[in-house]
Design a protein around this ligand. Sequence first.
Ligand SMILES: *Cc1c(COP(=O)(O)O)cnc(C)c1O
Length: 352
Amino acid sequence: MKKSKPIYLDSASTSKVDSRVLGEMTPYFTEYFGNASSNHSYGAKAKDAIDKARIQVSNIINCDSKDITFTSGATESINLGIKGYVEANPEKGNHIITVKTEHKAVLATCEYLETKGYEVTYLDVDENGLLNLEELANSITENTLLICVMYVNNEIGVIQPIKEIGRIARDKNIAFLCDATQAVGKVNVDVEEDCIDMLCFSGHKLNGPKGIGVLYKKSNIVLTALIHGGGQENSLRGGTYNTPLIVGIGKACEIALNEFENTVQALLKRRAELQELYEANDIGQVNFKEVATAPHILSITLKNQEAEEYLLLKRNEFVASTGSACNTALVEISHVLKALEKNDGRTIRISI
Ligand SMILES: *Cc1c(COP(=O)(O)O)cnc(C)c1O
């Protein structure tokens, strides 16, 4: 007898491509394969599809479509946003402020820049994983040019006070970059209302394809390119346009926006069921119930079981993780739980 697959509860690490997204992408691999930069009808067909995708993406974060740059994923968007900004704006200073619980894409980029002479402040978080706004304001110096704070934490699901951070940054004329990879499609992201100057996310966290991401940058933000080439994406990112993946992330954003209310309701319902399952049966306790969290991520501390051991035991029933996917391969204690002083080895992440 064929064994049934375990239930997938690891959507924060990646998600399945929606069949409607795949359906939209397929003809751009086969029939409409033209190079979007070509000056003929094959090129025009691809270019039109990319223009449409740019609008679909801009609608979900409320920006102008000309402020969207397509990249290979959130990691590249974050690298382009941070390195590109500090390189293009040396007169604005050499100090970056970020948080200890950011994704490694942000932390590793900042650590790299430290080796190049930049100064980085890594803010602490409280027991709920949130930064302190006063501490943020106090850490700003005349050399601060960039603040990087994520919208939703990928390991614990808590939502940082983005609008307040955006206001502080704007008041001080400091650029604000937000990694919204876990937020787009699950919480209301609005770059205008939230005073976000640069925003990054990936297609594959919202039922789009892997290998495609977005960098939004406000029109007045100047960046230096990481990848130089044929002048694509306003010379911010060289390389032949990846039309099928761009079409895919566009469609994924369109669906996520159209179905936003239903998706959130469904996620909350499932979340409540899972919470009940763990708490009523006294298996574990759901964390961060006192603060705002994204609807798809549940952090659970098991009552009397090691996290790794528990997931191994349950692996034929369901799959989840102990932290971010980048961490599990290393079996290294999560830097997020470490920052929270919660590295008891009994905390798991369930993501729907
Ligand atoms: C997944 C993730 C990233 C990295 O996305 P890639 O698609 O791997 O580049 C960055 N930040 C957060 C919060 C994520 O969840």
